[in-house]
Design a protein around this ligand. Sequence first.
Ligand code: F0G
Length: 385
Amino acid sequence: EPLERSGVWRFRELLPFAPDEKIVSIGEGQTPLHPSVGVAAYVGMNPGRMLLQYEGMNPSGSFKDNGMTAAFTHAHMIGAQRAACASTGNTSASLALYCGMSRLMQAVIFIGSGKISYGKLSQALDYGALTMQITGDFDDAMQRVREVSKRLGIYLVNSVNPFRLEGQKTIMLRVLESLNWQMPDWICVPGGNLGNSSSFGKAFHELHKLGLIDRMPRIAIINAAGADTLYELYEKRGLRWNDGAPDTKIIDGYYAELDAASERADTIASAIEINRPVNLMKCLRALQCTGGVVREVTDQQILDAKSQVAANGLGCEPASAASVAGAKMLREEGVIDPDEQVVCVLTGHQLKDPTATVAYHSSDQNEFNRVLGSRGVNTATYANR
Ligand code: F0G
């Protein structure tokens, strides 16, 4: 693929670590910024003030390709033969695709058992990745893959890898490009492992330092209520980056509480079902840099937002819709003004995770209950649709 066609590498002056001939690109990042009058109305914004950055249109169907092309390129530069990740499904789909397409490396994937949608699992298997479901959830898989990759010298592509974040910066560069470099007021993004939000903060910080922008948007990071570590730490317990000296006792204390209660992340938005985000520190920095806020939204709010986004022609997976549900919440609180410019990032495609969608729309009560019954999602909501 010519580098100018990549939505990541045509900005390579801003991620200058790879010689052109080493770059592995499969046409990632050719994603549109869609205005939506219907979603604006749902969120409570004035027409034209709600834009959706549709990262589901990437080759593997999620924003991960923006980061994977960069990490994979770096792995190739240093001669890696194998690359590994833990994943809730999108990172693994992306890694598997880059391995399959380039045939440069073997993909090794750790999935928390049962903690992945079939759409995503099928991608890893079909692209030929060595795919292992391990006992436990994403947080367990993440810990395991860090140990294993270190011990065996396997290249790790999770977003602890700084090159991933370099690639993901370009999502914001493309947003700005689409807006003719007019700065939006808000960027709303789902928060899972917090790689995206960290990379967005880095992008704006660097553009500011280079004198290319004179103000920052505010970043709103939206957790699922069942996986709300950042919300708890930042909004409830007052954890701050504090110019590089965050009070780590707050974090340790919270994790000790989670352990004592054997509490695991739990949300229908399986992509962000994460309690121990690896980019917590970097994300705190992004929040400080941009005057950001964090909110949590319920599974109900996520699925309601998702169906509204789709009814306006943009299909996304549950986790992605957290951004829209969060924007609506901030609008209702009066934190976001209806005349401000809001960009919500739709991180993954609708077809990634059809199970919840079908159940949500199902008129079969048994089907609804099977998937959503234990999740506190109100059956009346679907009946009203
Ligand atoms: N949205 C989707 C669709 C995701 O797949 C993820 C993360 C996120 C949001 C959260 O992004 O980690 O940068 O805060 N998925 C990872 C995975 C964990 O393994 O695919 P983040």
